[in-house]
Write a protein that binds this ligand. Structure first.
Ligand code: KIV
Ligand code: ZN
Length: 514
């Protein structure tokens, strides 16, 4: 039997640090549910001291996971962070505190301004302090990739002795070459007393496009935990992509002496879900989950694949859940067909929710010949979004535009007190006019930072998905999404969705202050 490699998913923590990827608690719970379906071993659910929202996410995901996965909370090597993480993890069946500090010269001299001795002292204290609360304590040696190897070994030996159960060796800046990073892990295995009693984790970033190679080099040299995110989301160029390391281990398990317990058939759905919730798309040529990952366009390739799939494909698309739908859904499909397809996609709903989704399905099916899986995912996720933070509901939108007409929009919105308002505005185009009319009704205004339109499925009648990002007065960025076959309506829905998030966030903040 090969070594089991633990998959530690940090989409909800490091992934969320991607600019514009912030998620609310409901959205994080939806993703956590999918991570449980994937079968990850550890979910890093947040950094509780950083915000009430992160605290709540750790708390609620800790409950949701039961004994299916370890739930981890991040802290700095600071007592009050650890107290807060422990509080958020109360009642969690498999809690882990993830604490640590920088160990490279850059971190010691410039960021922390401490000596090596002080660093070791803080590290040991943090681990012992966290151990009062939970048995499972992971220590991260931030920027280990640029640390002095002898000092890194000293810190790791000290935290192992202090009771750390997992030692995390991050290449925080994605600086190293894979062979050098592998040698670092081997150095730790060879020189650190007690290392054989703990799990070695690797946490690598993609600044040079080598995050996956770095993580695998770590595994080859003794690491048995990989920290990663769905779609490689994360700070700057991102983290190691879960789908890449999991599939690489699946393909090369014997050479790496490694396997994971991830249900790879759930990968594609996890990828789409994260894209849909964060609004951060995956490049078409992204490994494993990109739209072109299993597409063959040149005649020679098509001929080869038609003769034998593995001529140009190393992965059977169905292994990562990329298989196409076999039931054709149209406006003539009944409840049973829709329910069946949704359950194949992993969704089950109570009667009331299913009826709402069916109605929306019929609206879409009326406008399109065929409703694809991507359309269904969008319908389901849009419902989840509107359920979670609906301060304003867009009841109606009417626009008139053309050349040389002046674009005008009439908008009707109901707020959560039940008040309905209708107003109209003109603008440079139908979207501008709609946004101006919406701005006249809602209580908070955001500065539009980004606007993009994508076709979710295929054909001229495809659902058009609009993603907008708006910044509040405090500079916080909120993402909104909307989809419809009419892209002006999608645009208005996306804008109202972003405003809902901004207003909900402000209210939660006011409540926390009260
Ligand atoms: O990249 C990094 O070093 C981190 C740590 C907090 C684990 O994200
Ligand atoms: Zn990181």
């Amino acid at each position: 039997m090969t070594r089991k490699i633990n998959i530690f998913d940090t989409t909800l923590r490091d992934g969320e640090q991607s600019p514009g990827a912030s998620m609310n608690t409901e959205e994080k719970l939806v993703i956590a549910q999918q991570l449980l379906r994937l079968g990850v071993d550890v979910i890093e659910a947040g950094f509780p001291i950083s915000s009430p929202g992160d605290f709540r996410s750790v708390q609620q995901i800790g409950q949701l996971a039961g004994d299916k996965a370890t739930v981890c909370a991040l802290t700095r090597a600071v007592d009050k962070d650890i107290d807060e993480a422990a509080r958020a993890l109360e009642g969690c069946k498999r809690p882990r505190i993830h604490t640590g500090l920088g160990v490279s010269p850059q971190h010691l001299h410039e960021k922390l301004r401490i000596t090596e001795d002080e660093c070791v002292e803080r590290a040991v204290h943090a681990v012992k302090y966290a151990k009062q609360y939970v048995n499972d304590v992971e220590f991260y040696a931030e920027d280990a990739g640029r640390a002095d190897q002898k000092f890194l070994e000293r810190v790791i030996e000290a935290v192992v002795e202090a009771g750390a159960t997992v030692v995390n060796i991050p290449d925080t800046t994605g600086y190293q070459l894979p062979e050098d990073f592998g040698a670092r892990i081997k150095g730790l295995c060879d020189h650190v007393r007690g290392i054989e009693n703990v799990t070695i984790a690797v946490h690598t970033h993609n600044d040079l496009g080598m995050a996956t190679a770095l993580a695998l080099a770590g595994v080859k040299n003794g690491a048995t935990q990989i920290e990663c995110t769905i779609n490689g989301l994360g700070e700057r160029a991102g983290n190691t992509a879960l789908e890449e390391v999991v599939m690489a281990i699946k393909m090369h398990g014997d050479e790496l002496d490694a396997h994971t317990d991830v249900n790879t058939r759930e990968i594609m759905r996890a990828s789409r879900l994260v894209t849909s919730i964060t609004g951060i798309g995956v490049q078409p040529n992204k490994a494993i989950v990109g739209a072109n990952a299993f597409a063959h366009s040149s005649g020679i390739h098509q001929d080869g694949v038609l003769k034998a799939r593995d001529t140009y494909e190393i992965i059977d698309p169905s292994e990562v859940g990329a298989k196409g739908s076999e039931i054709i859904l149209t406006a003539r499909s009944g409840h049973a067909a829709l329910r069946h397809r949704l359950s194949e996609l992993g969704y089950t709903f109570d009667e009331g929710t299913f009826d709402d989704i069916y109605k929306r399905f019929l609206d879409v099916a009326d406008q399109k010949k065929e409703v694809y899986d991507e359309d269904l995912e969008s319908i389901v996720q849009e419902r989840q979004r509107t359920q979670s933070s609906s301060v304003y509901t867009l009841d109606a939108l009417q626009v008139s535009c053309g050349h040389p007409l002046i674009a005008t929009a009439t908008v009707t919105i109901t707020d959560d007190s039940g008040a309905t308002t209708t107003t109209c505005e003109y603008g440079t185009g139908p979207v501008d006019a709609s946004y101006k009319a919406i701005d006249k009704i809602v209580s908070m205004h955001g500065d539009l930072k980004e606007f993009s339109v994508n076709s979710i499925s295929r054909g001229i009648d495809a659902l058009g998905e609009v993603v907008v990002r708006i910044a509040s007065e405090t500079g916080e960025v909120f993402t909104g999404r909307g989809s419809d076959t009419d892209i002006v309506y999608s645009s208005a829905k996306a804008y109202v969705n972003a405003i809902n998030r901004m207003v909900s966030n402000a209210r939660a903040h006011d409540e926390a202050q009260a």
